[in-house]
Design a protein around this ligand. Structure first.
Ligand code: BTN
Length: 332
């Protein structure tokens, strides 16, 4: 396993120092930073050196130091800044490159990582999608991350986690960059019927322990068209105001916030809201679809989802069937 690049203590210091530097465009004295952060000058000095190594453009003047450039990286100190969640993303493991954030998340979970732990990477060499597919994960272009959950849910209800994650991604993208995306059952995130992201939910069942669920989310954010498979798109292509580059950190933070809000609905009186929201965001229901599973191929009309996240379809003969797994193709 690669070593994560940041220690928690270091992240808190980096976050605090950066918060002060980002407040003003004029140089800030060490005294002022020390007063604002409560950190001794020696610690501020080493933090600044480390930030420079990470690629921050920090320039010294007689009167103090100034932040001139922030690198386009998903550093924990950037993600943690202003992230007001209670559970999701409170612990962050960041990597330049990993095989798959899913594998790392399960390793952290097996070692007792707290629920909500985020594993995020700038690139994946073996990013995976559902049904054995590859998830193309070029460096610094997209979001590739996994979140550890330990939901108190019956196994048959775990499908709801994929749906609530999809709802969260939709809500977050709308809020962060004002782009409308749609959901295709069970895990596709689409714009104009083309794939912009996907969700992979995997479960481990440790003996005598609660199931560990890892939700993996992949999103093409700034990925150039030339680097994408022909049926895929990236958010950047739909950005408002001709924005050439979207801030991945802001999008990730918003996804984590929305994920937490929707996750907390589980088991509450408002749990039904998850399904209601999904119904408004999906492009599957009402459509004639072809469903492929390992055992079967069926053509039918998608009519609804049930409280387990399963897809209900009606065949031409009027038979109602439920699918909890499978892939659908829209027949239009
Ligand atoms: C799909 O559409 O089939 C799901 C794609 C999920 C991709 C993400 S990227 C982060 C996490 N790590 C992986 O290897 N896969 C998921």
């Amino acid at each position: 396993m690669n070593k994560a690049l940041h220690s928690c203590l270091g992240v808190a210091r980096e976050t605090a120092v950066l918060a002060v530097l980002k407040q003003t465009a004029t140089p800030t004295s060490l005294d002022k930073i020390s007063k604002a952060t409560g950190l001794p000058k020696a610690s501020i000095f080493s933090t600044i050196e480390h930030l420079k190594e990470l690629g921050y453009g920090i320039v010294s003047f007689h009167s103090g130091i100034r932040l001139e450039e922030t690198p386009d990286r998903l550093y924990p100190c950037e993600i943690a800044a202003g992230l007001d969640t209670k559970l999701i993303g409170r612990a962050i493991h960041y990597f330049e490159s990993v095989s798959s954030t899913m594998d790392y998340a399960f390793q952290y979970a097996n070692r007792g990582a707290p629920e909500g732990t985020l594993v995020v990477a700038e690139a994946q060499t073996k990013g995976r999608g559902r049904l054995g597919r590859t998830w193309y994960s070029p460096s610094y272009c997209g979001l590739y991350f996994s979140v550890i959950l330990r939901p108190k849910l019956k196994l048959e209800k775990l499908g709801i986690i994929t749906l609530l994650s999809g709802v969260s991604v939709c809500e977050a993208i709308k809020k962060a960059v004002d782009i409308s995306v749609a959901l295709k059952w069970p895990n596709d995130i689409l714009i104009d019927f083309k794939k912009v992201g996907g969700i992979l939910t995997e479960v481990h069942l440790p003996v005598q322990h609660m199931p560990v669920v890892v939700v993996g989310i992949g999103l093409n954010v700034n990925t150039p068209k030339s680097c994408l498979p022909s049926q895929a798109v990236s958010l950047r292509l739909f950005a408002k105001h001709n924005l050439k580059h979207l801030n991945r950190t802001l999008i990730l933070q918003e996804i984590l916030r929305c994920l937490e809000k929707n996750y907390f609905l589980l088991g509450s009186k408002k749990e039904n809201l998850i399904l209601e929201k999904w119904r408004t965001m999906n492009i599957t229901l009402g459509e004639q679809v072809r469903i492929k599973t390992h055992f079967d191929i069926l053509e039918a009309q998608a009519v609804d989802i049930d409280e387990d996240g399963g897809l209900l379809v009606r065949t031409a003969e009027g038979r109602l069937c439920k699918f909890v797994i499978g892939e659908i193709e829209m027949l239009r």
